[in-house]
Design a protein around this ligand. Structure first.
Ligand code: AMP
Ligand code: GLY
Length: 444
């Protein structure tokens, strides 16, 4: 059996690793893949946005189905194109992918479906956006409506920052993504990422994870695509982990995911694939920060490492890819995972590329180095090729051990200008301290 994975980031590496771990005989083709994926997959140099080239590849290799990692090809209609040619593919159509590709579309859909989210206005002119920002006051959130690789959002603490962000977007600072700008109410709370596999109606939630969007420790610096993640997340009394059958997840399925899927079905554009809900756990309950139409990165690296799905991920995805109903499934968790992203100098604005990389020698079981922005130069050396270079993922029976291992090995990755956050999971650390689960050295 052969699966084609489209993409070449840490997310795709983690998905391939997990599929292979479950089924060692599975053949994986990655397009274009990366040097890490090359150890477990056949990497073929077809770019992720070459829809015709990917279809030809899938047909030639007679793959069982294709799994699309990034949003780009989904926005371009890869799923529509494959289906027209009778090829099984996991992901939403371009119409359904608008839950991510147009924040204005997502807001309108949520309004229609009665899904809790921040109040927002979409505007096509700077004057109207300025007016909305003045009315909403500060803090306020300014968002480019289109795809911006997680970098199109400014949380403005002051009216001046809001004004500057709006002017930047209408001056073309986010390209076409900023032609429509959302001015959005600021929500206070903790964030959680929930992945839900869906055939359009039925839902299989995976274990929630927590991302770290800001570049620097203590959640400072600009927003990025994500600098690290961990799962499971323990919120609530006694630090009980939120698993896929927790009351919070049931509430999100019932109040957020199911009505969103129903609204998309009612429009004649059902969503199939992986719906990612970026949630804010506010005092008034969970609200949607954003939807994504695909697996998250770097959350996938931790989710893929800890889930115990029955039936397995490949089986569930294949049902969806073939247009069949999802079977009943359970998602349990084995241990804890923490992933720390090692990013290039200059990320997220202008990442340096071409720096030779020395990988750490891994002496601990449960530590995985997923490749993202890496490539081989003409001399065959491993060098940086993008903003987020590697995702160092550690699994351990305890959160503390997973955190320590991920952080330590991330620090042992060597290339010029490498940057990482050593505080991934800091909220979990604080919660555990508060719950008295961790004795600080001073108490010992
Ligand atoms: P998004 O790309 O929409 O997920 O936004 C990126 C990040 O900006 C989120 O993960 C939040 O940390 C922050 N953010 C976005 N919208 C809001 C909001 N309405 N209130 C507070 N923070 C937000
Ligand atoms: N980590 C956030 C995302 O995948 O969009």
């Amino acid at each position: 059996m052969t699966v084609l994975i489209v993409g070449g980031g840490g997310r795709e590496h983690a998905l391939a690793w997990r599929l292979k771990r479950d089924e060692p005989d599975l053949r994986i083709i990655a397009a274009p893949g990366n040097p890490g994926l090359a150890h477990i997959a056949d990497c073929v140099a077809v770019p992720a946005d070459d829809i015709a080239g990917l279809l030809a590849l899938a047909e030639r290799e007679q793959v069982s189905f294709t799994l699309v990692g990034p949003e780009g090809p989904l926005a371009l209609g890869i799923v529509d194109h494959f289906r027209e040619h009778g090829q099984a593919i996991f992901g939403p159509t371009a119409a359904a992918a608008q839950v991510e590709t147009s924040k204005a579309f997502a807001k309108e859909l949520m309004r229609e479906a009665g899904v809790p989210t921040a109040r927002a206005e979409a505007h096509d002119t700077a004057a109207a956006a300025h007016d909305a920002a003045r009315r909403m006051g500060a803090p306020v959130v300014i968002k480019a409506s289109g795809l911006a690789a997680g970098k199109g959002v400014v949380v403005a603490q002051t009216p001046g920052e809001a004004k500057a962000a709006i002017d930047m977007m209408f001056a073309g600072g986010m390209g076409a993504a900023g032609e429509t700008v959302l001015v959005e109410e600021f929500m206070e709370g903790e964030e959680l990422s929930l992945f839900v596999l869906t055939d359009g109606t039925r839902m299989v939630p995976l274990v929630p994870a927590q991302d770290h969007k800001r570049l620097r420790e203590h959640d400072e610096g600009p927003n990025t695509g994500g600098m690290g993640a961990y799962a499971p997340v323990s919120l609530g009394v006694g630090g009980a982990p939120i698993l896929s059958d927790s009351p919070l997840v049931s509430e999100v399925l019932q109040r957020i995911i199911a009505p969103t899927l129903a609204a998309l079905r009612a429009r004649g554009t059902p969503f199939t694939g992986l719906l990612y809900a970026g949630l804010m756990l506010t005092r008034d309950g969970p609200k949607v920060v954003e939807f994504n139409c695909r697996f998250g990165d770097p959350e996938t690296q931790v989710v893929a490492a800890v889930i115990a799905l029955e039936p397995g991920l490949r089986v569930l995805m294949e049902h969806v890819a073939r247009g069949e109903a999802l079977p009943d499934a359970t998602c349990r968790v084995n241990g804890h995972a923490v992933t720390t992203v090692v990013a290039a100098a200059g990320y997220p604005e202008r990442p340096d590329v071409g720096a030779p990389i020395t990988l750490p020698k891994i002496d601990d079981v449960g530590v995985l180095v997923f490749h993202a922005g890496t490539t081989r130069n003409d001399a065959g050396e491993l060098v940086t090729s993008g903003g987020r270079v590697l995702a160092v993922t550690a699994c351990a029976p305890t959160f503390e051990d997973a955190q320590a291992l991920s952080s330590r090995y991330a620090g042992e990755v060597r290339f010029t200008g490498a940057q990482h956050r050593a505080d991934i999971g800091w909220r979990e650390v604080e919660r555990r301290r508060a719950a008295g689960e961790v004795r600080r050295p001073a108490d010992a």
